[in-house]
Design a protein around this ligand. Structure first.
Ligand code: ZN
Length: 303
């Protein structure tokens, strides 16, 4: 009798033990899956947001060699605002400070484009800029503006593109080749549709959004040359312009970008007056300062 009870207790115990270790195995398996899955997402985004802008990138780096362009007059300086957008969306996570800082919500974006249209602005691609600097008279009686979108976030397709189409306005998007198709980023299919619309220029933003300033030259070369070739091969297009991730570049970076036969590159140095001198670090302004009335702000800027 005693033995019987003991045996029952023992089997109950081993049953319980089996049950608990079953739960443990499932928990560990799920936990591992969750961790790995989220690490991929974290890696995909954290690469970009971590050291986003340091103060230095807003200034022209010291020691740049003066740019000489046979086809562009040294005196030519034109007012050509290049606006730097990132996210166009209603940010769901209120705690996501970086995303909120880089975001213009779709309603405001719509109002900004409406104000530009009413004020008579004409949109151009970044790849048009060398030509416009060669023939500035093309801009007589025109107010030019260039809209750029960095990083290739998917909200460009879902939120920004419909509004661009509504106003028939052009934009240049800077894609990070290895991020295409990742969660939150544009897919091949979406990029194809953007290209086919004729409203979107695809520009290059490296293979995986690296900090190019001070990078070993062989590494920088691979990031600049390979991403251009991959984008061109994948989409059957010519990729003419480049954006420095984090706005970080040096004279070495510029030399590589030129050698890769890009015709222009954009920086994050603020300004609206462009010239042959800064063709490889075109100035850009941030739309956060616009409010809804982008035209009112752009009309007033003059340096
Ligand atoms: Zn970027």
């Amino acid at each position: 009798m005693y033995f019987h009870i003991h045996s029952n207790a023992k089997s109950r115990r081993s049953y319980l033990l089996g049950f608990l270790s079953g739960i443990a195995v499932v928990t560990i398996a799920f936990g591992t899956y969750w961790f790995v899955k989220n690490r991929q997402t974290r890696e995909a985004t954290s690469t970009i947001v971590a050291p986003y802008y340091t103060q230095a990138v807003f200034q022209k780096p010291a020691g740049l060699i003066s740019e000489k362009n046979a086809s562009i007059s040294a005196q030519t300086k034109i007012k050509l605002p290049v606006v730097m957008y990132h996210y166009i969306e209603y940010v769901k996570d209120a705690g996501d400070i970086i995303r909120k800082k880089l975001d213009i919500n779709p309603f405001t974006f719509d109002k900004q484009l409406e104000s530009l249209q009413i004020a008579g602005y004409t949109t151009y691609f970044v790849r048009d800029i060398p030509q416009l600097l060669q023939n500035p008279f093309e801009l007589d009686n025109k107010k030019p503006v260039v809209l750029t979108f960095d990083d290739g976030y998917e909200d460009f397709y879902t939120d920004a593109f419909p509004i661009l189409k509504k106003y028939d306005m052009k934009a240049t998007i800077y894609l990070i080749y290895d991020f295409i198709g990742r969660k939150g980023y544009l897919t091949d299919k979406e990029i194809r549709e953007l290209i086919d619309s004729g409203l979107v220029e695809v520009g290059d933003h490296t293979l995986d959004h690296v900090y190019l300033k001070l990078a070993p030259l062989s590494f920088a070369r691979k990031q600049i040359f390979e991403s251009k070739k991959m984008l061109e091969d994948k989409f059957g297009i010519k990729v003419d312009t480049f954006a420095y991730p984090y706005g970080a570049f040096s004279q070495d970076t510029i030399n590589l970008v030129k050698e890769a036969s890009f015709s222009a590159a954009v920086s994050v140095i603020p300004g609206v007056m462009q010239s042959g001198e800064n063709l490889y670090y075109l100035y850009r302004i941030r739309p956060g300062m616009f409010g809804s009335d982008a035209a009112r702000v752009l009309d007033r800027l003059n340096k």
